[in-house]
Design a protein around this ligand. Sequence first.
Ligand code: NAD
Length: 461
Amino acid sequence: MPAATLSIVNPATGSAVLRLAADGPREVAQRYAAARAAQPRWAATPIRKRIAAIEKFRAQVVARGDALAQTLTQEVGKPIRQSRNELKGLLGRLDFFIAESARVLREQKVFTDASQRMDERVTHEPLGVVANISAWNYPYFVGSNVFVPALVAGNAVLYKPSEYATLTGRHIADLLHASGVPEDVFVPVIGAGATGAALLRQPVDGVFFTGSYATGAKIAAAAGRRMIKVQLELGGKDPVYVCEDVDVNAAAAAVADGAFYNTGQSCCSVERIYVHEAIHDAFVDAFVAEVKRYRVGDPLDETTYIGPLTRRAQLDVLRRQVADARRKGATLSTGGSAIKRKGNWFAPTVLTDVDHSMLVMRDESFGPIIGIQAVADDAAAIELMNDTEYGLTAGVYTNDAARARRILSRVDAGSVYWNCCDRVSPRLPWSGVRHSGIGLTLSTMGIQTFTRPKAWHLRSA
Ligand code: NAD
């Protein structure tokens, strides 16, 4: 089968940046074979050397930061300041993995009994060759959460960047190779969904996927019969509940940023807002005023806050959500349509008087659009927050710590936030419930997850 062609398009202008050949099944099989052959040697390399390669990678990211940010902005449309923020955030994650990995992966002696001459130990063995199929919205974050600890743990990684972040994926590969990770140990696989599917037909030892629920479900099905490790970091419909005791202006600004940062294209973007009815109108006024202040425009401009949508098809999703909400009685407080200019632009949109019969409160929007719903009390807010197939994050804004704890302990989500939102920490596990996925990355557990434990029962003679 001839290799397909991949077109890189600048989402801010609609113009083609580059065309390149995608890897077909034959190339994918070759890359797999190379990685399989190379992995034992990498696993036998002392861990301090593997960590030293990541330290060099970090230094290269610092040295090349501006150019990397430009590429990211050019291919995904991320406003340039936010591209630089992502690279800055990457350094914090690398620091965490560099500092923690050796300790977390060390052999542990868990029991000794001299009278029986018995030792019990645990070692953390690399999985082998793993597939890392990645998303475009934070390619440095979601990629490094996987490939850095996977490499440090001694795995070979077949890394398929999203077809919308291919150039960034190639930069990552070049920098890792220049840092001492062998080319057949970190192996980029270039292409779209068909290339990802071909990768999964190879006998890999684990699949680490970041992307949509729809694709995640296909990957789970493909991997299920093979009994290999599968991790799926999927979408969300993340709620925030704003109680009546907050500083309304401050809460509105913080939650608006959580909803619209990265043009609403974060897995943990705020996607639903519930506001106590006592402050609902004041909150909506402050929120809409804040959103109207956002600068929409050229993502290369330092002052831009909202850029284009990365995927053109998402414009239709947003149009459908607005039309559905309005038909069912929602009020359009601002925005509501695509912006007529070249590229994939949608006006920042706020819908009020929404309810859970509407798509905008049920389906992942993944764009600059949000619904705000009034609630009578905490019990109603908790019920609505849990009324979703997803469970990635959830937040509450209140001045009352005990109330926040009560509410958050009853919400089903991988991460919960008090007086903050849209936040990821390398020190905390990143996971979701239900359609938001299975498994975890980050934290010390997110290092061990790229290994399998081997139990040693040792009796000396
Ligand atoms: P997507 O599911 O369209 O694509 C993700 C990756 O899967 C891409 O590399 C794509 O080429 C590949 N792919 C597509 N079809 C495939 C198939 N049949 N077999 C194998 N691979 C295939 O998702 P996206 O548009 O890149 O990312 C957006 C989604 O990712 C959103 O739902 C977002 O919430 C989610 N996301 C989640 C997290 C998280 O940490 N939970 C982080 C970032 C993004």
